[in-house]
Design a protein around this ligand. Structure first.
Ligand SMILES: [Zn+2]
Length: 315
């Protein structure tokens, strides 16, 4: 619906040297800011290239719907990486009733402890949609969020924090057949209810859900159901870090994994580029493949969210 480009992707590509200089400058400025706050100066240094490699590994497993052998292999990879990076890993396991019958589901939840009692959550889905007769490998839709979160596991561990930081890999975001209130976002609906029951929801300071953020032509919209203060914070940071052009002021309502939490009063925001390919033609098709993605897009979302996280640790 807004597939006509006002700017070609090539025009947005910076030379790698220019980008790394810019990032070094940003790290230096950040280190100064952190030093002034009396905290250890560490730059998170999120790597879009690493996030893209993780995405490639997930996509190489093929179709990864909930309950499939391929998603079981991906779960092993996710678990192993999180543990290797020092995260405490928990799993939310249940069986969901879907239009395609009963499906085993598994959210993977990783935590690094802080001292404040509050928690900042980064989430995304790691399943892909089961589409009969189509080899849908979900490079952008399911793969990019997985790759981004796995790199975030490395980067976030180096950022000074006072809050708990939590990574959630949601299962069952995708519907079987047509989407409805009861067919889709199985994982986030399940975890929101569980966390409401055990009181965890009240500890969430902010929740950032990422989805389809690997598109070479990155335009993260302002998802209109998301928390307004968090949308403003993201816009401010994106502008100040020179990434404003990737976050145009386009408002659109998207049902995604943040919404079960928003509806329960959690400050949650969805970072999504829902316009995928000319006229959105690659979405949920066999064309959602690695050649449509770029490390730079994952880098942009990584840099912005790492800086947002740092700012949230200052109050
Ligand atoms: Zn999808």
């Amino acid at each position: 619906m807004h597939g006509n480009e006002e700017m070609k992707p090539e025009a947005r590509t910076q030379k790698p040297e220019a980008r790394s200089q810019k990032r070094e400058w940003r790290c230096a400025r950040l280190a100064l800011l952190i030093a002034m706050c009396g905290l250890p100066a560490v730059c998170a240094d999120f790597s879009g290239a690493r996030a893209l490699e993780w995405t490639r590994k997930a996509v190489a497993l093929g179709q990864r719907p909930a309950g499939s052998p391929a998603i079981a292999k991906l779960q092993e990879t996710i678990r192993a990486e999180l543990k290797a990076r020092g995260w405490q890993v928990a799993e939310d396991v249940w069986t969901a009733q879907t239009p395609a019958g009963q499906k085993p589901m598994r959210n993977i939840i990783a935590t690094l402890k802080g001292q404040s009692g509050k928690m900042v959550v980064f989430s995304g889905h790691y399943d892909t949609k089961a589409i009969p007769g189509v080899n849908f490998v979900g490079a952008n839709d399911g793969g990019a969020s997985t790759g981004w979160l796995l790199e975030a596991a490395r980067a976030l561990a180096a950022v000074p924090r006072k809050d708990d930081v939590c990574l959630v890999f949601f299962d069952g975001e995708e519907a079987w057949g047509d989407w409805s209130d009861t067919n889709g976002v199985y994982g986030s609906r399940h975890l929101a209810q569980k966390w409401r029951a055990d009181g965890t929801l009240t500890r969430i300071k902010a929740m950032f859900n990422v989805d389809m953020i690997g598109d070479k032509d990155l335009r993260v919209i302002e998802e209109s159901g998301s928390s307004a203060p968090l949308r403003r914070l993201i816009r401010t940071v994106a502008t100040e870090t020179g990434y404003g052009k990737y976050f145009p002021p386009l408002q659109q309502a998207i049902e995604d994994d943040h919404m079960p939490f928003v509806r329960m009063g959690v400050p949650a925001v969805d970072l999504i580029d829902f316009d995928y390919g000319p006229g959105h033609v690659w979405w949920h098709t066999a064309q959602d493949t690695m050649d449509k993605l770029s490390a730079n897009s994952l880098q942009v979302v990584g840099d912005v969210l790492m800086e947002v996280f740092r700012r949230l640790q200052q109050y």
